[in-house]
Design a protein around this ligand. Structure first.
Ligand code: NAP
Length: 312
């Protein structure tokens, strides 16, 4: 069996667990329990963001878990992200402190710039009008991110949804290197080129939407159909005694990335973690490789005219 490590080493020496829990759209009243189930199931990596509007409930759950003592803070890998309205250098540390207070933590393991595009601070977080765009350069934002490390508020800093050119600009202008680029990765969009580009620069990729938002993909106009629903992948699952989600997650971690499937369901949280005890054969890997149509779920196409829109 091809051995896949359960952690990836970042350029800071930190170990990032390969499977993390996603929390986007994990609603209030559910997300705290989801975090507790995940940690009980063995997860140590939790992916959060200011924009998900659920950091406080996650924080209460983390506080309870840490006080109860079964897991120590240093065993956890907690990630959160800076939203687009706060790209001015002077806002970054302030926003991380707000997230830390909500999360009941004194530091995060990784702080990410959520998107390269900025909005004016006073604008709606998801504005409808280009007059809300700010042209703060993400290289400026990065200087604020570096201050988060200087102040001991983030063990490492990284990017999310940055393209090759944008990563290169950050690398050419940074004092502290990004450790991670968090991007959409699933069989419909396997991102092998960008993963390789990042690897050559000692940046680890975390794949979001790894399950292709399976149920939503059937009913949301514009979403590519999730590979979890592909009859061939369902058959593969039967062959290995695994679910389609486990087949897909196993395929993704073989790309040397971490994955952050979201679930608020105890059984599915457990299921998404049980992916280290089987291997896919070459024919199945090649079939999953062939599903790479390049279609995205998270296009953020409403902002395609923004100066720093990453997916041109
Ligand atoms: N950086 C970024 O811009 C960005 C963008 C998008 C997402 N993210 C992060 O990535 C995480 C994952 O992405 P996502 O939440 O968009 O999509 P996803 O993880 O691909 O899919 C989540 C959906 O799949 C369902 N699900 C979970 N486990 C399943 C299983 N074993 N079988 C079938 N269905 C299952 C979940 O429902 P239940 O909850 O009912 O199980 C939920 O509806 C997010 O939560 C967020 O933390 C980051």
């Amino acid at each position: 069996m091809t051995k896949i490590l359960s952690t990836l080493t970042l350029n800071t020496g930190q170990l990032m667990p390969v499977v993390g829990l996603g929390t986007y759209k994990s609603s209030s009243g559910e997300v705290g329990e989801a975090v507790k189930h995940a940690i009980q199931a063995g997860y140590r990596h939790i992916d959060c963001a200011w924009i998900y509007d659920n950091e406080a409930e996650i924080g209460n759950a983390l506080k309870e878990i840490l006080e109860e003592g079964s897991v120590k803070r240093e065993e956890l890998f907690i990630v959160t992200k800076l939203w687009n309205n706060f790209h001015s250098r002077g806002s970054v540390v302030k926003k991380l402190k707000e997230s830390l207070e909500a999360l009941c933590l004194t530091y995060v393991d990784l702080y990410l710039i959520h998107w390269p595009i900025g909005f004016k601070e006073e604008a709606d977080p998801l504005p409808n009008d280009p007059s809300a765009y700010s042209d703060v350069d993400y290289v400026e934002t990065w200087k604020g991110m570096e201050e988060c490390v200087d102040e001991g508020l983030a063990k490492s800093i990284g990017l999310s949804n940055f393209n090759e050119e944008q990563i290169t600009r950050v690398l050419e202008n940074c004092r502290i290197r990004p450790t991670v680029n968090q991007i959409e990765v699933n069989p419909n969009l396997n991102q092998k080129d960008l993963i390789q580009f990042c690897r050559e620069r000692d940046i680890v990729v975390t794949g979001y939407c790894p399950l292709g938002r399976a149920a939503q993909s059937q009913v949301t106009p514009g979403y590519p159909i999730s590979t979890l629903l592909d009859p061939k992948v369902i058959e593969m699952g039967k062959k290995y005694g695994k679910t389609p989600a486990q087949v897909v997650l196993r395929y993704l971690i073989s790309l040397d990335i971490s994955v952050i499937p979201k679930s608020v369901n105890k059984n599915r949280i457990q299921e998404n973690f049980e992916i280290f005890d089987f291997d896919l054969d070459a024919e199945d890997i090649s079939y999953l490789d062939s599903r790479n149509t390049g279609q995205r779920i998270a296009t953020l196409v409403a902002y395609k005219d923004h100066k720093y829109y990453p997916f041109r």
